[in-house]
Design a protein around this ligand. Structure first.
Ligand code: DQA
Length: 160
């Protein structure tokens, strides 16, 4: 897989080796939000670890966090034909959002669902994901490592 292309100033732009990483609501608070559940890594720590791993895998990361369902749908739509694949932690919208599910279905790209926590060991309303049956893979329960495992899995799909 080719690395992402660069513009005239050497900045990375979306390209054939770019992976969109979508972070849903409240994930901007990682580090201080329920650390016993979600760990002490911040979103910036996760994005930076993903960026480093992506570099090793010949990929690049484009990260986007929003607390708004519509913005996440728009980000998924903008990924169509522009990036190689998507990692998505839709956070609470995982359990409620038909709109994000429909946007994933429209993508026609490999998509991996990610969760920091093991949603099946938590409240019953978290056991149902509206995404799991329409994505290529699901990684959950490993904290920040879930994202890195998901990126490795996605890289394997892209290399096939
Ligand atoms: C989460 C699990 C969701 O149930 C929760 O609403 C989140 C984070 C996780 O990464 O474990 O915000 O997606």
């Amino acid at each position: 897989m080719a690395a992402a292309s660069k513009d005239s100033k050497g900045r990375k732009t979306s390209g054939p080796g770019t992976v969109l990483v979508l972070h849903g609501p409240n994930l901007n608070l990682l580090g201080s939000r329920e650390p016993e559940l979600y760990g002490s890594a911040t979103l910036a720590d996760i994005d930076s670890a993903l960026g480093a791993l992506a570099g090793e895998l010949g990929l690049a990361i484009e990260s986007f966090q929003s607390n708004s369902e519509g913005d996440l749908v728009t980000a998924l739509q903008s990924a169509r034909g522009r990036v190689a694949g998507v990692l998505v932690n839709a956070a609470a919208y995982t359990h409620t959002s038909v709109a994000i599910r429909d946007a994933v279905l429209a993508l026609e790209l490999p998509v991996i669902e990610v969760h920091l926590s093991n949603i099946h060991r938590r409240e019953e309303f978290r056991h149902k994901s509206l995404l799991s049956d329409v994505v290529d893979g699901v990684v959950l329960g490993f904290g920040m490592e879930s994202y890195l495992l998901a990126l490795r899995g996605l890289a394997g799909i892209l290399a096939d």
